[in-house]
Design a protein around this ligand. Structure first.
Ligand code: SAH
Length: 351
């Protein structure tokens, strides 16, 4: 496989261009083009340099293979094809305050959560920093955004994969995404969701990237959590809460818990009260979402009414919480659903 030019920061690109015997300004020109979502073959540079780059670097590391638009809410779901033929997916959701893109960080996932479609085939490989960035560059371009007026205003690392299971590439991606000379996205507009890899959560604090740290909790005791999330056998809820406290102390940013409501599993009032007790007094917010049922798993979504009751119970206990709308459910909005469907059909059907 060729290398990915979008892995490089502007400084690294400069060093590369100088090493090829070219002038420094070419690096700035190339960087600008790439950040606009251009392919190497589309860059307005001397043909010889273009050829040299194309020998070692992928022309288009991430290509939009298919776009599905939800009739319910305009949410767009993208199927991306990587240069090695692997498929990943992403989502663009339109909100009043802007457009949020959900990106994948791995091809597949090895965390094994019972409710999630991304993990059905295990982890195939990690994405590089540049491939994750290219998901955004491709969507921004396709939505008519530019470097200055971005169509993608917010990014969540909540697509397929466990970001902290691909730590180095994800941190590099975050540095490139927030770099002033590039897309210049504020860390405040970025959320990273983890299933709770405690050592990496702690390590991340020292990176100095004050994004919105989100943890997939989905249960109130370790034993119950282990029923749907294998990682619970490795790290306890108490260790996770400890890492969250450290994060708040260092960054001053409140943290967020994701709690997917699964019927008969974690969604009754007793669970709501136990969750409130667990989180009382903490600078956190709870995002509730009804399970987006995955057909390969026999778990059911909590009823709408039960979900609302859960929310009210949390709020009555003084916990800040929202019940998120499940967006794009008509187009397989949940993690890994679209890719799973295509893998079933045979990926060769799509271009
Ligand atoms: N690995 C990371 C990020 C990817 S999952 C993590 O675990 O947080 C992103 C979020 O989507 C998680 O909160 C996950 O629990 C949730 N999720 C996955 N499948 C879902 C489904 N079928 N219905 C609702 N939420 C789901």
């Amino acid at each position: 496989m060729k290398r990915i030019l979008q892995d490089l920061s502007q400084n690294e690109l400069e060093a590369l261009i100088l090493s090829l015997g070219e002038k420094k300004f070419r690096a700035g020109q190339i960087f600008l083009g790439l950040m606009q979502g251009k392919r190497i073959s589309e860059l307005n540079i001397p043909p010889l340099l273009r050829e040299t780059l194309l020998k070692s670097y992928e022309d288009e590391p991430v290509r939009i293979a298919e776009t599905l638009v939800s009739r319910e809410d305009g949410t767009k779901k993208y199927l991306f094809r990587l240069s090695d033929g692997n498929l990943i997916e992403g989502v663009l959701m339109h909100y009043k305050y802007g457009n949020t893109q959900c990106v994948s960080t791995q091809v597949g996932c090895r965390m094994g959560c019972k409710f999630c479609a991304s993990t059905l085939g295990g982890r195939v490989r990690d994405l590089t920093a540049g491939e994750i960035l290219c998901e955004i560059l491709a969507v921004n371009r396709s939505e008519g955004g530019t470097l200055k007026a971005r169509a993608v205003t917010n990014v969540v690392l909540m697509g397929s994969g466990e970001p902290f299971d691909n730590y180095e590439n994800v941190v590099k991606f975050l540095r490139n995404l927030t770099a002033e000379e590039g897309l210049n996205m504020s860390a405040r507009n970025i959320s990273l969701s983890t299933c709770g890899l405690v050592p990496e959560m702690k390590k991340f604090i020292s990176e100095g990237i004050p994004l919105n740290l989100t943890v997939s909790l989905h249960a109130v005791t370790d034993a119950e959590r282990a029923r749907t999330m294998p990682i619970a056998k490795k790290y306890t809820i108490s260790e996770i809460l400890g890492a969250c406290s450290d994060y708040f102390e260092k960054t001053g940013r409140r943290y967020i818990f994701e709690y997917t409501l699964i019927s008969g599993e974690n969604s009754d009032t007793a669970h709501a009260l136990a969750l409130a007790k667990l989180l009382k007094g903490r600078p956190c917010h709870v995002n509730l979402i009804r399970l987006n049922a995955v057909k390969e798993r026999n778990l059911l979504a909590a009823e709408e009414q039960e979900a609302r009751k859960f929310l009210e119970t949390l709020e009555a206990q003084g916990i800040s919480a929202t019940l998120r709308r499940s967006m794009g459910s008509d187009i397989g909005g949940a993690c890994g659903q679209l890719r799973a469907r295509y893998m079933e059909q045979g990926a060769d059907d799509i271009e």
